[in-house]
Design a protein around this ligand. Structure first.
Ligand SMILES: [Zn+2]
Length: 414
């Protein structure tokens, strides 16, 4: 009798008692695109204690403590940007390695739906401890690393030209000691006519069983891209800055600028399993390459930013700006989402990320597709007009709302 009375009092305070609300968060009415699970439909997603607990046509809102109204929006796995520069610091003249050209991850990730970012070569094996202590451990964003094959990391200038500081054994050793954080090795900015940096990185990749990501070129005449893909790289290795045309003929292109066709060796490389990554950056994306490629359905395997203070204030902006450009060029939205979620997860061998299967880590992005007239330009000033543009409404990392643009997770006061 007494307990019944107590329950009666409790019910009068709570419309639905907490024990009847198994979900911490429910995303209702959104258009779910989950490429791993082949879902492209209106679906509700329920989250409990950081994990996805149910995905269904309709889940009762009363079963959740917090409800997010995602009607008219896209719901996708949290974006994975495999080429960013987040090893920021205050060392003078340190470029993208503990320097001022890199950016703090949390300031630039959640606001555009990114939950995981891979720093592409900021740290080498000598600076990895500092990177881990200062950035990985202190960021809310999931930060991973492509370790630079240069021991000093991406310090710019002469440091990145020093082949004697490219030690595959030390790089692999430190990578394996930190295999929760390191996903592969990076080569960048080398200007000589030598294959040594690529080969050292691949040697480290073989020792650690990890992919390499290559920022290629710097010599005139350029080294052969076909040789890079077919002789030096392995299936699963990544060619970043895929759609760039560099000044001074220091790098071959994948699209023939005269005929506007994708070169046969690029198709061959794709068949072999070479990953074509956008790595948009400050100077690494040209429409003259990307438009013919997209027309031929030579889509990017992975979409990434090459985020740093230069690119984000140039034509690159952020992940959503790049994704919107590929939509404007004619790539379908599910493919664009896949290249920004599930495929990058596979490329960096983090198959626990990039999807919203029941039981998966609840990293989620929610986007509006803004309708209007938008200008999408590249570094040359070539401008395309688009009618739609992604805008991030909400980002959820490990089941927690970390960004909410318009308060879609908050019940209205009236
Ligand atoms: Zn970069």
């Amino acid at each position: 009798m007494k307990t019944e009375y107590l329950f009666l009092i409790l019910f009068s305070f709570l419309a639905v008692p907490a024990w009847a609300q198994p979900y911490t968060l429910l995303i209702k009415g959104g258009h779910l695109i989950d490429p791993k699970n082949n879902i492209d439909a209106i679906m509700d997603v329920a989250i409990t204690d950081g994990k996805v607990t149910q995905v269904a046509k309709s889940i009762d809102a009363k079963q959740a403590r917090q409800v997010v109204d995602a009607k008219g929006m896209y719901v996708t796995p949290g974006l994975i940007d495999i080429h960013g520069h987040v090893f920021y610091g205050t060392e003078p003249d340190h470029y993208l390695s503990n320097g001022l050209v890199a950016v703090s991850p949390d300031g630039f990730t959640f606001r555009v739906g990114v939950t995981t970012i891979v720093d592409a070569g900021g740290a080498g094996w000598k600076s990895f401890e500092t990177f881990k202590k200062n950035i990985i451990f202190t960021s809310k964003t999931r930060v991973l690393s492509f370790m630079n094959i240069v021991g000093e990391g991406m310090r710019g200038g002469k440091f990145e030209q020093d082949t004697t500081d490219m030690d595959p054994k030390m790089a692999a050793k430190v990578a394996l000691e930190n295999k929760n954080d390191v996903v592969g090795f990076k080569v960048a900015h080398f200007q000589g006519p030598s294959w040594a940096p690529v080969d050292h990185a691949v040697a480290a990749g073989k020792l650690a069983d990890m992919p390499v990501i290559i920022d290629f070129g710097g010599n005139n005449p350029p080294l052969s891209l076909e040789e890079l893909f077919m002789k030096h790289l392995r299936p699963g290795d990544i060619f970043t800055h895929a759609y760039t045309l560099l000044e001074g003929n220091v790098r071959e292109t994948i699209v023939d600028e005269a005929t506007k066709t994708v070169k046969p060796f690029a198709w061959e490389a794709r068949k072999k399993g070479i990953v074509f990554d956008v790595g948009y950056g400050g100077a690494s994306f040209n429409y003259s390459q990307a438009i013919p490629a997209v027309k031929a359905k030579f889509y990017p395997t992975t979409i990434s930013t090459d985020l740093h203070t230069g690119s984000m204030n140039g034509s690159m902006k952020d992940m959503l700006s790049i994704m919107s450009k590929f939509v404007a060029m004619g790539e379908d939205i599910p493919s664009v989402i896949k290249a920004s979620t599930w495929t990058p997860a596979q490329v960096i061998k983090r198959e626990n990320l990039g999807h919203l299967s029941v039981g998966a880590i609840a990293d989620v992005a929610i986007f509006s597709m803004r309708q209007g007239t938008f200008g999408f330009y590249d570094k040359t000033g070539y401008k395309m007009m688009g009618k739609q543009k992604f805008e991030c409404e909400m980002t959820i990392k490990g089941g927690k709302v970390v960004y909410d643009l318009n308060g879609i997770g908050i019940a209205s006061a009236k």
